[in-house]
Design a protein around this ligand. Sequence first.
Ligand code: CTP
Ligand code: CA
Length: 223
Amino acid sequence: PANPVEKNDLVGRKVIVTAGGTREPLDPVRYIGNRSSGKMGYALAEAAKARGAQVTLISGPTKLKPPEGVAYVPVETAAEMRQAVLAEYQVADIVIKAAAVADYKPQQVALQKIKKAGDTLTLVLEKNPDILLELGQRKNQQILIGFAAETESLLEHAGDKLMRKNLDMIVANDVTQAGAGFNADTNIVKLLYRDGRIEEIAQMTKRELADVIFDKIQQIVKK
Ligand code: CTP
Ligand code: CA
């Protein structure tokens, strides 16, 4: 693969990227998690750094090494991710939420390992804060970008999230497609904007897509 585009167009910009999946503890040895690999978020952090930005990467646990030169903030739960993002949000120029945040967490975290007992086990879950929704409500100068991973009605669901969460752009991916979504090295996405425009992006590596996303963000900034 060719070297990514060489640009310095993010010099002086502060970029926050969230990546990976959150983990919600159930007891001292178990958690509820998801299949996010973190690859898209790490590619975004790397691209932003390469283009000269000051980058904070806030990430759930992954198998990846944080890119050189980015401020790395490891988190586990949605609540921790929320705290970490809000701590730097007011001074950020671009915020991209690529993380797969758990929508629900166990209502009770058992202090001791849950023992095997009956034939069924019922867990009660309660809603986590929607971090991106909150960021949209508090938005000032920030360009705010979300992701939507869907298995059906991609454009409807992504378009709804774009408007409801007050985003500038949403990256919609149909995770049922081969070569897209969780754990793949490539992605196939559609970019949705507030004015109703939809751009279809051909299959490419997540690192290449990261540069395309920053190109599009620069166009939003210039408007
Ligand atoms: N998101 C978030 N906090 C949450 C849930 C989601 O910040 N508690 C963010 C994700 O990081 C992503 C965007 O919201 O950028 C969309 O996430 P998604 O799971 O697709 O949407 P939800 O609003 O959670 O709706 P649903 O899961 O029901 O489709
Ligand atoms: Ca969700």
